[in-house]
Write a protein that binds this ligand. Structure first.
Ligand code: PLP
Length: 821
């Protein structure tokens, strides 16, 4: 769909001078996602943490000519033949444009809201209905104030059904989303505690969500959920309700029986007065509930031609993640098994680009035919080829008959195969080396066979790291700070155990100002991985100067001896103004100058030109605890005075910083010019602040289950005897993996299927034993050692230590696996 820029000016009510003719088909809000500059209209959005106006010059250089701005900055005057559409609020303008676009279509639109399951319900509906409807839907979980307008913008004349998600985190937000989605059918999945911070009560949140449905013809929900039913009632929406129920045989969709078997569930229900039996390939309650919502949609839409029963049996799980894994021969694998369509390909290609920091890796795409796209293959693959070229893919391997037939449209290194089998048998398959490979396939092509063979085989115990949670935590702290306050992210000690490279890449992508490591070699490793933002080395050694200079690492300077050596070294190398960071000891009594040293430091600095004090800082000893608040205040005062004196004497601006994570949480007023974020980034709040997300999950699997008769002992030195016939699970994690031996003999627990199970016997080097008698755990089941459901702080409390030690103790032999949601 295209709009002329003149039309858009009218629709969003912008002020604009000297408009140049232009046709817009793409709305761009993230400068990193640019692929078609001429057709893009960039919205300079202001968020708590960033300001899109900053990227306009950069985008102009990349040939973008159309911008929606709220601030007409003087620097824009020089950007010739660019259109600037000036509005009061750029996000509102984007929403207005999307709402206008939506009004042009008179098709059924399903709006889905609720706390959980929105994306799953949307994707299930897509699987069930794509043969009868040409469906447009939200890509992945684009359900925010920004995601919704971008999703709706995709609507075009060929679509016959829309499915969009709406999520809110604040009162009044649904008011904005309603005209954009303008659903004709509403689904509310369920209401939980998620995103509750900004609401007075769950009722307020639910009622707010329901406003999405004010103009719907039908509203679908779980009628047995008294809370939602009451909310529907008080919102005066009951006359449109299609409440399904397991208890009320008068309900429009009555669920008579739900019968769970080993790998499937039989749902017996009365639908349109007819009793029907559906078999679905899931047994968990959430999936069953999601499927019933879909059944209710079918009841309303009454799709005719097909055998619905069969389609339910063929439902496939929805993969939400983009996994990054270490592959063989120095390859990295990104596995995206999410639905294969051009939108999700676009998103996955962006993700691949953001991971492409090490430019020595070749960018390879393994793509299957895109099925059910509703577009003719010829034009579809032309579009794909265009996209793939713009995303700088070096090599494409296409699998499927269509790709083989239309392969000539790709103008890069390419190969095509009819089937996944053909590809697996080919010589190419054994020759992957130094590549960043994106695997993107429709389910029928079973790309998991490819990824299994390309993945490096490892120990079954892994540390899973959620990169989206890292970003969330980073932004969460950022939102507590003034926009101009810089942030250092501490990735010392291998990123508190989570692994520094992937984290550093993610933080660099999200525009963190500084990284900090403990020793120079850690910094050098990050440079090798392509990290280009400034890096501070906290404990530089005299022997490491070479590594410092060669990798452009900025040392912390804590003594005159180190300062002199550093100055001498810069002079010897003929370097000037090398940035250093002056550490003042205000009571920690670890490394640092004394506050009284400041005049002498400045004197020394002024008589040389080799180094420049980039920053001055100190470290708090007890910012997490109110019992030390008097001491902390004293530290803050001593530091403020010393830093001010240093700046005065040096007569240039020096960045001042003292707060660590708990400091940011509890002494925000002392953020000064910069803060240093450590443990909070990894999801642990030292002061008990809510709102962080869990980052790392240490998980393993059950290798074997043994039946141990009452009276027998378990493990080395016979430390645990069982007093009943027991089921004992053996899991492949021991003290060599970092599982502290003090957890032996019921001193610690793991979580299996949401149930806590005690560790029994002494923990061995590579394995330990778990009592699973009270569960129905099976061999092969996943086991969580720590994670969301078993917080690190619980483990550290048991050992009378701190979460930092648990996180950094996970041995390097435990593979780190990174993912985005
Ligand atoms: C490790 C460290 C931090 C981060 O501390 P957290 O408590 O993890 O936030 C900050 N500053 C210095 C000097 C550090 O060594």
């Amino acid at each position: 769909m295209e709009y002329s820029i003149k039309e858009i000016v009218g629709i969003i009510g912008a002020k604009a001078n000297n408009l140049q003719d232009s046709t817009i088909s793409i709305l761009l809000t993230d400068s990193r996602r640019l692929s078609f500059p001429e057709q893009s209209l960039f919205f300079a959005l202001k968020t708590k943490t960033n300001d899109g106006h900053r990227y306009i010059k950069e985008l102009y250089k990349l040939r973008v000519r159309n911008f929606v701005v709220s601030d007409m900055l003087p620097e824009f005057e020089s950007l010739q033949d660019a259109n600037f559409l000036v509005v009061k609020d750029t996000l509102k303008a984007l929403q207005k444009l999307a709402a206008y676009h939506r009004k042009r279509f008179n098709i059924p639109v399903i709006g889905i809201t609720g706390s959980n399951g929105k994306t799953i319900v949307k994707e299930f509906l897509y699987q069930l209905l794509h043969r009868e409807f040409n469906i447009v839907r939200s890509p992945r979980s684009y359900n925010s104030q920004l995601g919704v307008p971008l999703s709706v913008w995709q609507m075009s004349e060929k679509n016959t059904l829309g499915i969009f998600e709406a999520g809110i985190s604040q009162p009044d937000e649904m008011e904005n989303l309603r005209p954009i989605i303008a659903p004709t059918i509403g689904i509310i999945t369920n209401i939980g505690e998620a995103h509750q911070e900004n609401f007075i009560s769950t009722t307020q949140k639910c009622l707010e969500k329901l406003t999405l449905f004010n103009d719907c013809e039908a509203i679908i929900y779980d009628g047995d959920d008294a809370f939602i039913s009451n909310c529907i009632e008080s919102a005066c929406l009951s006359h449109k309700a299609i409440a399904w129920s397991r208890t009320d045989s008068e309900a429009p969709l009555y669920i008579e029986a739900i019968e769970k078997k080993e790998n499937e569930t039989v749902i017996r229900c009365t639908l349109l007065g007819l009793t029907q039996k559906y078999v679905i390939p899931f047994t968990d309650d959430a999936s069953i509930e999601n499927v019933i919502h879909c059944l209710a949609v079918m009841l309303f839409l009454k799709p005719t031609s097909v055998n619905g029963v069969e389609k339910f049996a063929q439902l496939e799980p929805v993969a939400m993640r983009l996994d990054v894994k270490q592959g063989i021969n120095n390859c990295m694998l990104i596995n995206d098994t999410y639905n294969s369509d051009i939108n999700s390909l676009d998103i996955a290609l962006d993700f691949q680009q953001s991971r492409h920091v090490d430019k020595n890796l070749k960018c390879t795409l393994i793509l299957s035919d895109i099925l059910q796209s509703g577009t003719l293959p010829k034009s579809l693959y032309k579009k794909v080829a265009d996209l793939v070229r713009r995303k700088k893919i070096d090599r494409i391997i296409g699998i499927g008959r269509d790709l083989k037939e239309y392969g000539s449209v790709f103008d890069m290194e390419k190969e095509f195969y009819n089937t996944t089998d053909d590809f697996l048998k080919s010589p190419t398959f054994r020759q992957f080396k130094n590549e960043l490979i994106l695997l993107k396939g429709s389910r029928h092509f079973h790309f998991e066979r490819i990824s299994e063979l390309l993945e490096k085989k490892v120990h079954e115990t892994i540390l899973e790291v959620n990169l989206d949670a890292v970003v969330h935590n980073f932004n969460y702290y950022r939102s507590k700070l003034k926009p101009e306050t810089k942030m250092v992210c501490m990735v010392k000690a291998f990123g508190y155990g989570a692994g520094s490279y992937e984290l550093a890449k993610t933080l660099q992508e999200h525009r963190c100002d500084y990284l900090a490591v403990a020793v120079a070699d850690e910094g050098a490793e990050l440079r090798k991985e392509g990290i280009s933002i400034p890096i501070i080395v906290m404990n530089p050694e005299f022997s490491s100067f070479n590594v410092l200079f060669e990798n452009n690492l900025e040392p912390e300077i804590y003594s005159f001896r180190l300062l002199d050596a550093m100055i001498k070294e810069t002079e010897r190398r003929g370097i000037t103004s090398y940035p250093i960071h002056i550490k003042i000891d205000t009571g920690m009594h670890r490394l640092g100058f004394q506050p009284g040293d400041v005049p002498a430091i400045c004197e020394r600095l002024k008589e040389q030109s080799g180094v420049t004090a980039r920053s001055v800082f100190s470290h708090l000893v007890g910012s997490d605890s109110s019992i030390f608040d008097d001491f902390t205040k004293k530290q803050l005062e001593i530091f403020s005075a010393a830093a001010a004196e240093l700046e005065n004497l040096l007569e240039y601006k020096v960045i001042k910083h003292i707060l660590n994570s708990a400091g940011i949480e509890r002494f925000t007023d002392y953020q000064m010019d910069m803060v240093r974020l450590g443990i909070g980034l990894y999801g642990v709040s030292a002061s008990g602040m809510k709102g962080l997300r869990n980052v790392s999950t240490l998980r393993t699997t059950i290798l074997q289950i043994q039946h141990v008769p009452a009276g027998d002992s378990i493990g080395y030195s016979r430390k645990t005897y069982v007093d009943r016939d027991s089921r004992i699970a053996i899991i492949p994690i021991g003290y060599a993996d970092g599982l502290d031996r003090h957890f032996s003999n019921r001193g610690g627990e793991v979580s299996i299927g949401g149930k806590r199970c005690p560790i029994v016997g002494n923990i061995c080097m590579d394995a330990c034993m778990i009592d699973v008698t009270d569960t129905n755990a099976q061999e092969g089941d996943p086991v969580i050692v720590f994670g969301e459901e078993l917080p690190v702080s619980e483990l550290s409390d048991k050992l009378k230590t701190i979460p930092y030690e648990i996180l950094t103790s996970v041995s390097p032999r435990v593979k780190r696996v990174y993912y985005r949601e």
